[in-house]
Design a protein. Structure first.
Length: 307
């Protein structure tokens, strides 16, 4: 079981599931709005998303066997612990079940055409692993977009089908909040993907994977990441000023758990040089994403009891 967990990067999948559950049970449930899916059906939506993401990790591990032998030799599973044929079988099962659940849920909300979303996700993850990730920044953008879409998809399946003329204004506000978090998720994960490329630059160079650090060098890439890190900082400060400034506990939370760590990241990335430096900064971004998503609960509670 343990090798399988390494194959699918279970920690990232737990973060993905946590993110989707937080929005449902830490936000939607407090808004007095109708929802399209029953609790168990929503859990199926989370499961489907997680299975498709797991399939993406599996095909990525299959394709990246040689690169991972250089970058992370102690973490290689395919070809060492699990055969390539078995890994392909796992990949097929994960995608079939994930897409199958998607077909079922699309029919539950009476939008059968929405099943194509799950097929598109699986296809995009396959293309990413086999070709797109070798293009400068394209692979980073694709991964960041897919994670951001995992926020949007819960609105598509849980909010949109329950929207009618009488609640359209309220639903639009809630969906716009989802989009705000999706944008935050996109930028943070986009930056993290570049940092991970910095961490893996040697193996990528040896195997002809044309990432940004391979194209322009480590030093220039760290300066680019330094500049990019100001986008979420400025964006969050602007968002707080315009929407959350009167919520004192929420403002404090953002300053200490999101803005503060982002500023620390910005300072550290300027002089980061080693694989260990980039690994630590990548982990830091993951924690910032975690606390950023958790902020929706802080906002909800702050508005309910102290607004």
């Amino acid at each position: 079981m343990f090798p399988f967990l390494k194959l699918i990067r279970y920690q990232n999948l737990l973060l993905l599931a946590f993110m989707q559950l937080i929005f449902r049970y830490g936000f939607f449930k407090f808004q007095s709005i109708p929802l399209s899916l029953a609790d168990w059906q929503y859990l199926l939506l989370v499961l489907s998303t997680v299975l498709l993401a797991a399939g993406g990790y599996v095909i990525n591990n299959i394709v990246d066997q040689n690169t991972d032998n250089d970058n992370k030799p102690n973490d290689v599973v395919v070809g060492k612990i699990i055969s390539e044929a078995k890994a392909y079988n796992i990949y097929v099962v994960l995608n079939c079940v994930g897409v199958g659940i998607g077909f079922y849920l699309s029919n539950v909300i009476m939008k059968p055409g929405f099943a194509s979303i799950f097929i598109l996700i699986a296809a995009t993850l396959y293309l990413y692993a086999t070709s797109l990730k070798q293009m400068v920044l394209i692979g980073n953008i694709i991964v960041a977009l897919l994670l951001a879409f995992s926020v949007v998809i819960i609105g598509i399946f849980d909010l949109y089908p329950a929207t009618y003329e009488g609640n359209q204004a309220q639903m639009s506000i809630i969906f716009s909040i989802l989009l705000d978090y999706a944008i935050f998720t996109f930028f943070l994960n986009f930056i993290r993907e570049i940092v991970k490329d910095l961490e893996d630059v040697n193996g990528d160079y040896n195997h002809g994977i044309y990432t940004l650090p391979v194209a322009v060098g480590i030093s220039r890439t760290t300066k680019i990441v330094f500049a990019l890190s100001f986008i979420p900082i400025i964006g969050i400060l602007f968002y707080i000023y315009n929407n959350l400034f009167l919520l004192i506990y929420t403002t404090i939370y953002f300053l200490f758990f999101v803005i503060g760590p982002l500023l620390y990241f910005t300072i550290k990335i300027w002089n980061a040089k080693t694989k260990k430096d980039f690994n630590q900064l990548s982990l830091l971004l993951k924690w910032i994403l975690f606390f950023g998503i958790l902020s929706i609960v802080v906002i909800t509670i702050n508005m309910k009891y102290n607004a």
